[in-house]
Design a protein around this ligand. Structure first.
Ligand code: AMP
Ligand code: GLY
Length: 415
């Protein structure tokens, strides 16, 4: 029987833990540090997160068969290189490949070099040169801090003044710290967005069911950016034609690029796409499962996640018989009022009885047998339906049953 280690504490890590625990081959899933949801999940045990070295020691001592890091920071800090150097099995990209998410400048150079369809761009490591450039460039345009900025480092600028302010914030005032020592300035693309996660095993790439994220806090995509307030899958706009363009213009050139650069790993590549009349463009690579895309897409898989991920780390994902449910999945995020700015914590959560949806906890702890909120995004309500309408209706019925102090959610996920 197999032992798994999952590193991280969000809703994505909860769905990974529960999906792996569902395999007959899996005995225990350790979650470091996990959350109140993984604490309650069968076969799962929360353990403290110490450091990446500490996690490698734990994996070696316990004889962990497979480790899965959730978030990009661990990958960019080299958790995969560390585990591999100690002969430990881990699913995810090594540092050099993780930097396709960790550096937007590097990612854009990779896309250009390997003919991956993307917006035109320039990169700057000097503020005066960036300012000079935007004084002449057509607007709107997009200014992006190069490094990881928790989804906040992208500023869409309608005019020259906004672009100058963005450059000053990022490069002069260091609003995102070191992440802003370089910027990418990019052509603004009009269109509709889609997310496609895919599993790469170093040789074969297998795209999952498409998804649609809802990034803003407010209904109708208004207000501040968040980690994601809800997802539907499949994305109704990703038809066969879009999928074919994605494969031809983005996915296949990416794999060719990875191979030609000798980037050999098993992990997730999450393609952030923009679709318009000129085709399908790649906005960004994320080199990990999306949150809450994972909570929405993983439950649609008809198979054994342990077997599938193990096949991937053995470079054999192509032999796994991948099947997806025919229906639709709708994930509504319930958050704590005030998120993504300041919000309260410690509110008791109730109303889990008789739900049709699956609940994945994102920011709540188990204290004396009760779940209490501990984060901004508190939990994910994920419903399945034969139609999108059915999935939405079920998810929202269950959202109404769950209560905690100052709970907020978007009413228009998938509308
Ligand atoms: P990224 O982190 O690069 O995906 O950017 C975050 C969000 O900014 C995306 O989901 C888009 O909504 C928006 N965005 C990024 N780049 C562009 C672009 N070139 N044109 C229009 N919107 C963009
Ligand atoms: N939901 C977007 C992300 O995980 O980056």
């Amino acid at each position: 029987m197999k032992k798994i280690l999952i590193i991280g504490s969000g809703g994505r890590e909860h769905v990974l833990a529960s999906s792996l625990a569902a395999s007959d081959k899996v005995e225990t899933v350790y979650c470091a540090p996990g959350n109140g949801g993984t604490a309650l999940e069968e076969k799962c045990h929360n353990i403290p997160f110490t450091s990446l070295e500490g996690m490698a020691d734990f994996a070696a001592e316990k004889g962990i068969d497979l480790t899965i890091p959730g978030a990009e920071v661990y990958l960019c800090d080299g958790v995969v290189d560390l585990f591999r150097s100690r002969g430990l099995t881990i699913f995810g990209p090594h540092r050099a490949a993780a930097m396709l998410e960790g550096s937007k400048a590097l990612a854009k150079d990779f896309m250009k070099k390997h003919n991956v369809k993307t917006a035109a761009y320039e990169r700057f490591s000097r503020a005066d040169e960036a300012l000079d450039y935007v004084r002449k460039a057509p607007c709107p345009l997009v200014v992006k801090a190069d490094g990881l900025a928790a989804g906040k480092g992208v500023i869409i600028c309608q005019n020259r003044e906004e672009a100058e302010t963005a450059i000053e914030q990022i490069m002069v005032d260091s609003a995102f710290g070191e992440a802003g020592s370089e910027v990418v300035i990019e052509e603004f693309l009009e269109g509709k967005e889609a997310s496609i996660l895919a599993l790469y095993d170093g040789n074969t790439i297998i795209p999952f069911i498409s998804a649609k994220d809802h990034k803003k806090i407010g209904e109708g995509e208004t207000g501040l950016n968040t980690g994601g307030m809800g997802v539907i899958a499949p994305n109704p706009l990703v038809n066969e034609d879009v999928m074919n363009q994605f494969v031809r213009d983005i996915m296949d050139p990416t794999v060719k690029g990875l191979k030609s650069e000798g980037m050999d790993f098993a992990g997730i590549i999450f393609f952030g796409l923009m679709m318009n009349e000129k085709g399908v463009f790649l906005l960004e690579y994320n080199m990990r499962f999306g949150d809450p895309e994972a909570q929405t897409v993983l439950p649609l898989f008809e198979g054994d996640w342990y077997d599938f991920l193990t096949a991937a780390v053995e470079g054999q994902a192509g032999t796994y018989p991948v099947k997806w449910k025919k229906g639709h999945s709708c994930c509504v995020v319930m958050a704590s009022g005030g998120y993504p700015e300041t919000y309260g914590k410690g509110f008791e959560i109730s109303g889990f009885e008789g739900l049709d949806s699956r609940i994945y906890i994102a920011g709540a702890e188990l204290r004396e047998g009760t779940l209490k909120t501990s984060g901004g995004r508190v939990l994910n309500v994920v419903a399945y339906g034969d139609s999108l309408e059915e999935a939405r209706r079920k998810a929202y019925e269950d959202v109404e049953r769950i209560h905690f102090g100052k709970a907020v959610f978007r009413k228009d996920i998938g509308a």
